[in-house]
Design a protein around this ligand. Sequence first.
Ligand SMILES: *[C@@H]1O[C@H](CO)[C@@H](O)[C@H](O)[C@H]1NC(C)=O
Ligand SMILES: *[C@@H]1O[C@H](CO)[C@@H](O)[C@H](O)[C@H]1NC(C)=O
Ligand SMILES: *[C@@H]1O[C@H](CO)[C@@H](O)[C@H](O)[C@H]1NC(C)=O
Length: 403
Amino acid sequence: MPPGRSPVAVLRRRRALLPLVLLLPLVLLILILIFPPHSVPALVNVVPGLQTCDYSSGEWVPDASAESHLRYDHTCKEIFKGWNCVGNGKRNGRALLRWRWKPAGCELLPRLDPLLFLQRHRNTNIGFVGDSLNRNMFVSLVCMLRGVTGEVRKWRPAGADRGFTFLRYNLTLSYHRTNLLVRYGRWSASSNGGPLESLGFKQGYRVDVDIPDQTWAEAPSFHDVLIFNTGHWWLAPSKFDPIQSPMLFFEKGTPIIPPLLPPAGLDLALKHMITFVNKAMRPNGVKFFRTQSPRHFEGGDWDDGGSCQRDQPMSSEEVEELFSLENNGTNAEVRLVNQHLLKALEQSTFRVLNVTHMSEFRADAHPSTTGGKKHDDCMHWCLPGPTDTWNDLLATNLAAIES
Ligand SMILES: *[C@@H]1O[C@H](CO)[C@@H](O)[C@H](O)[C@H]1NC(C)=O
Ligand SMILES: *[C@@H]1O[C@H](CO)[C@@H](O)[C@H](O)[C@H]1NC(C)=O
Ligand SMILES: *[C@@H]1O[C@H](CO)[C@@H](O)[C@H](O)[C@H]1NC(C)=O
C-alpha cells in the first residue's frame, strides 16, 4: 500500500465531506429544475442509444450454451502459452466460459459478432496500448476474428509489438507494449553530483512523466481507435523497490524535486499522456481508457504463496472483502489505481471501458497453477475467458458511437 493515500486518510476526508454530502440532494434538485434531464450529458459508463445501461455493475449469470459454443478454442496460435487454460488442462478451463455478464436492471451484454465486427470496421485500425493485460485483451479479439476469417497479414504497425491485418476487410489490430505509458529506464548516480545525488539516491529508474514510450508514440496518428491501460506496474514494489530501485520522476528533462511517490507520479503521467493523445490523435479518432484489471491472490501475495483456486465466480460479499480499500488486502491496489484513473479521466474526452467490477467476481478465471510459472498466475486471464467480455463491451461501445 503506497503511503499518502491510506484508508484512514480517505475516511477522514469522507468525514470532512459529510456536510457537502447532506447538501447534495438539494443541489441536484435545483440542477434538475434548471437543466431538465434530457440536457444532462451522458455519463461515460453509460452507452447512449441502445438502452441506458450501466455496464460497469451487475452480475454473472450461468448460460450453459455458452460453454458448448466456444468463440475460439485453444488452437488459436496467438494465445500466449501460459494463458491457454483449456490447452493446459485447467480443471475449469471450459466451465469458466459458462457465465454471461448481466448489467444491473438490463439485458445480457450482447456478445461480439465477429463477422459484423469485421464488416463494421472495414478500413479501420484499432490499437491496444498498455501492459500484458491489454495484450490479453488484444489476443482475445484477434482469436475471435480469426475464427471467421483466416486471411491475415502479421506485421508490426507503428512501433507495435505485434499486429494483424484481416485482409478481406482491411481491418488492422495491433498491440503496443508499454508498462507505464511513459518512457523509463535505469538510472544511477553521476559522479558529478546533481539534485537526486545530493539527496542520497544511488540508483533507480528514471521515469519521464511527459514523454510517451516510443512503442506507441506513433499510434495516435495511425489508429482510428485506441484502447489504453496502465496500472499494474505503478504500485508494484517488486518491480520498483522503493529503496533498491525507486521510481525517480523527471519532467522537461530534469528531476522533480522534492521526489514524488509513485501515486503522484502516476497522476502526473496520466495528465501529460492525455494531453499528448488529444494533440496527436487523428481527427475523429476514438479513445478508450480501460480501467484496472483485478488480481485475485488469496492467502498471500503472488510471491508469498497466494493462490486462486476457485471454480466459481465470487459472491458480492467476497468481492468486497477481497477488494475494499478499508480492508487493505493484497489486491486493494485495484480500486486505488482506479481512483487515480477516474480523477485523470473525468475532465477528459476519453471514453472509459470500466471492466473492473465485472472482473472482480472472476477469481475462477485466471490461469492459476496452469500458468507455467513458479507461482500461481492470478493476474492474467484464461483465454478464452473474461477478456472476451471486455471486447463485448468494446464492440457495444463502438456500435453505440457509430449509430
Ligand atoms: C496496508 O497493508 C500493508 C501490507 O499489507 C501495510 O504495509 C500497510 O501499512 C497497510 N496500510 C494501512 C493504512 O493499514
Ligand atoms: C486500408 O485501411 C487504411 C486505414 O484506414 C487506409 O489508409 C487504406 O487506404 C485502406 N486500404 C485500402 C486498399 O482500402
Ligand atoms: C467502475 O464501475 C464501478 C462499479 O459501477 C464504480 O464503482 C467505479 O467508480 C467505476 N470506475 C471508474 C474508473 O469509472
